[in-house]
Design a protein around this ligand. Structure first.
Ligand SMILES: Cc1cc2nc3c(=O)[nH]c(=O)nc-3n(C[C@H](O)[C@H](O)[C@H](O)COP(=O)(O)OP(=O)(O)OC[C@H]3O[C@@H](n4cnc5c(N)ncnc54)[C@H](O)[C@@H]3O)c2cc1C
Length: 386
């Protein structure tokens, strides 16, 4: 008995089954051990690249699989359901989606084939020490100098910056005198540009993916470093945030499956009062409730992915999916730890290290509170609260 993925489409079922097999062969223990050694699980990443799973949502003309964001979400759900939640995938979702929809032909040719086959990596930088949930407060500046640009500022919590060949960066290029709002522009910044430095941010996440603070000190960029049009940076970056939310929802659904599978297995076998602990409704019901919430979160994720992949506005659906999936991942992981009693925190059972990864999804890439603000304001017509 497991929470195995069931797709309506045979090709997607095949994809899910193949990723489950690959990730299962690697396993959670190897994933966590790699993180503890300070490595990026390179064997798993290479195997995913070789099988074409990094590029599933990238168009075929750029070496990808030609699928949609739903395919990328399935890949990460299956990885996570085997205890391998690679947090680089949501970053891949933002960068690839923004480039596919908004980059120039030259930029697409320069980056998409490498992202698809795993030979290059782009990190995404929007957050700053003083601009997290409020992207309008971005202080990183790009100024026109000669025929190009000079970029200066600091980006915070940049996932995978140690692996990056480039950064997709949102920077201020001016301001609107009437509204006082920043005019933001999106830049592709080669990682070897002089003036870039990075500092590792130590976290309690047992994850192969590391977080960095990035400093840009007067970094010279050519005119064609701009993605899309000048001043359109926030709109373009936001267009990549829906795919990111959908893929994060996939990761959370997978984490919830992992937790429920472990919990149910343990509660079927562990006998304390002459019967398996799962006999007690106090143990069984929270798991059954999480199971129901998981199925709802998966439906919400599929709906959001469908809307995005078919060119519809997926904002509300992506937010709802991410909210529901992040909540069920954290709840399921917490209940799974409870069901294991003391063993819930032992390394052998592989739960406690994933608790933080599940928990952080309520904060990043968009917090619960900001999703609720969005729904309250835009879907219920309530006054803006901030
Ligand atoms: C593991 C991890 C990976 C990340 N990767 C990246 C990355 O690759 N690139 C990138 O650019 N960023 C990344 N981030 C940053 C992430 O997007 C931010 O942490 C997130 O947007 C929240 O911003 P903040 O941390 O500055 O919180 P703050 O903006 O300081 O907010 C703190 C708390 O207050 C709440 N809050 C703030 N304003 C309101 C309000 N108006 N109403 C209600 N509640 C409010 C927030 O919801 C939050 O709970 C990452 C973060 C983490 C933890």
């Amino acid at each position: 008995v497991t929470t195995t993925f069931v797709a309506h489409d045979p090709q997607r079922q095949e994809l899910a089954d193949a990723v489950r097999k690959l990730a299962g062969d690697f396993g959670h223990r190897a994933f966590a051990d790699s993180a503890r050694r300070g490595e990026n699980a390179p064997e798993l990443w290479k195997a995913l690249a070789a099988a074409g799973y990094l590029g599933v949502s990238i168009p075929e003309e750029y070496g990808g699989g030609g699928g949609g964001i739903e395919d990328l979400a399935i890949v990460l759900e299956e990885l996570s359901a085997q205890g391998c939640p690679i947090m680089l995938f949501p970053v891949l979702a933002v960068c690839a989606s923004v480039l596919v929809r908004h980059a120039s032909p030259g930029q697409k040719q320069a980056w998409l084939p490498g992202l698809a086959d795993g030979s290059c990596w782009l990190s995404f930088g929007i957050t700053e020490p003083d601009a997290g949930t409020n992207s309008h407060a971005i202080a990183t500046r790009a100024e026109r100098v000669g025929g190009g640009w000079r970029l200066s500022g600091t980006k915070y919590y940049i996932t995978g910056a140690d692996l990056a060949d480039g950064f997709l960066v949102v920077a201020r290029t001016g301001g609107d005198a009437q509204t006082g709002r920043s005019q933001l522009t999106l830049f592709l910044v080669p990682a070897d540009s002089p003036g870039i430095s990075k500092t590792h941010i130590a976290t309690e996440l047992t994850s192969p993916d590391k977080q960095f603070m990035l400093h840009f000190d007067d970094v010279a960029l050519p005119a064609d470093a701009v993605v899309g049009a000048e001043g359109e940076g926030l709109r373009l970056a936001f267009s990549g945030l829906n795919p990111e939310r959908i893929v994060v929802a996939g990761m959370c659904n997978g984490l919830a499956r992992y937790a429920l599978d472990r919990a149910a297995e343990y509660a079927r076998a562990r006998t304390v009062w002459g019967a398996p602990t799962g006999t007690h409704q106090a143990v069984a019901h929270p798991l059954a409730e999480c199971y129901a919430q998981l199925q709802l979160a998966r439906l919400a994720t599929q709906r959001a992915a469908f809307l995005y992949d078919h060119g519809h506005d997926a904002s509300e659906a992506s937010n709802v999916a991410k909210l529901a999936a992040a909540d069920v991942a954290a709840d399921a992981m917490d209940h799974a730890i409870q069901v294991h009693g003391g063993n819930g925190i032992s390394r052998e059972y592989g739960l406690a290290d994933l608790w933080f990864i599940a928990r952080v999804q309520k904060i990043a890439p968009v917090s619960r509170e900001m999703i609720l603000n969005y729904l309250a304001q835009h879907k219920l017509g309530l006054p803006k609260s901030y």
